[in-house]
Design a protein around this ligand. Structure first.
Ligand code: ZN
Ligand code: ZN
Length: 337
């Protein structure tokens, strides 16, 4: 089978790999869609030869059809349409038993520690497969694997509702999920980002107002739109200036959740949290037990993930696909098989 390998320093290759064979309690999924994530871009730009990742198949946002199963598989069968959860834990430690496989000390992430999903087939444990309801497409399944999962889990911490205003900072795919899912939860949504294509997508997804972060008067514009500030912030950009904006626009008692970070330097002045009694939380993907509940939410509210996909590529166009996603002049970029 073909798989994408990120070599570092902005280079990649499509290489041939042996087709995977499932062992006990393992499943091979024939990938139908695999999306590119911001975290893939970090790996794409990492210095060459800085780790073992650079010979693995990349990617961790797959959905597809169960192709073959190993011995003792009871949860799925060939032909099932599935979304794939991308961390595999030991299954025995406290975090695994609590459903937080991403916190397992031995956790293995697709594309980070083991072969990932940007390939014709991906090998995973049967427990990693979530059977998609008929209402959900493979694109929905790819979003659930990471961007939507990250967002749903963060929003469960923030609890936006019809009485609150939430600012979503950063309008890449994770931020766009934040706009659509916060709207579905009833909140008033202010979308803050750069690039016309992403501001337009945020509008199309129901943002009540959009603000161009590149505008030198962005602070004044936000003060005009939101006198008194916002109740909640969902920060997805990881940019130091965005984190400062996040603290600046929160109301007294406000809460923020961050899902991206860059650079070693602290950008938030802890003293700024004291007077207004702000709460800043981190969130990292989602626990596996949350997947069925999120799927039911997506079905009930018809979250339009397909609208966020602006470009679709074949695996042979991997170079073009990564260059485009890296440029930011796009929504979600997806490989289709
Ligand atoms: Zn991802
Ligand atoms: Zn574990």
């Amino acid at each position: 089978m073909k798989g994408i390998v990120l070599l570092g320093d902005g280079e990649l290759e499509v290489r041939w790999f042996p087709d995977p064979i499932p062992g006990p309690q393992e499943v091979v999924v024939r990938v139908k869609t695999a999306a590119i994530c911001g975290s893939d871009i970090h790996m794409y730009h990492a210095p060459k030869g800085c780790g073992s990742k650079h010979h693995l198949i990349a990617g961790h946002e797959p959905a597809g059809i169960v192709d073959s199963v190993g011995p003792d598989v009871t949860l799925v069968k060939p032909g099932d349409r599935v979304s794939v959860y991308h961390y595999i834990g030991c299954g025995k430690c406290k975090n695994c038993l609590a459903g937080f496989w991403q916190w397992c000390p031995e956790t293995k992430g697709l594309g980070a520690h083991i072969n990932g999903a940007d390939a014709e087939f991906v090998l995973v444990k049967e427990q990693n497969c979530f059977v998609l309801p008929d209402e959900l497409s493979f694109i929905d399944g790819s979003f659930m694997a990471c961007a939507a999962g990250t967002t749903y889990s963060a929003l469960m911490k923030l609890q936006p509702n019809g009485a609150t205003t939430i600012a979503v900072i950063g309008l890449g795919p994770v931020g766009l999920c934040g706009v659509a899912m916060s709207k579905a939860m009833g909140a008033r949504v202010v979308a803050i980002g750069r690039r016309k294509i992403r501001l337009d997508l945020a509008k199309e997804l129901g943002a009540d107002c959009v603000v161009d972060a590149a505008d030198p008067d962005v602070r004044l514009e936000l003060q005009r739109l939101l006198p008194g500030g916002v109740d909640l912030v969902y920060e997805t950009s990881g940019a130091p200036e965005a984190q400062q904006l996040m603290v600046g626009i929160l109301k007294p008692g406000g809460k923020a959740c961050v899902v991206a970070g860059r650079g070693p330097e602290p950008t938030i002045n802890a003293a700024a949290l004291i007077g207004r009694q702000l709460t800043i939380m981190g969130s990292f993907v989602l626990p596996i037990w949350m997947v069925p509940e999120m799927a039911a939410f997506i079905v009930r509210h018809k979250i339009p993930f397909e609208k966020m996909v602006t470009h679709r590529f074949s695996i042979d166009q991997a170079k073009e696909a990564f260059e485009l996603f890296d440029s930011g002049e796009c929504g979600k970029v997806v490989f289709e098989f």
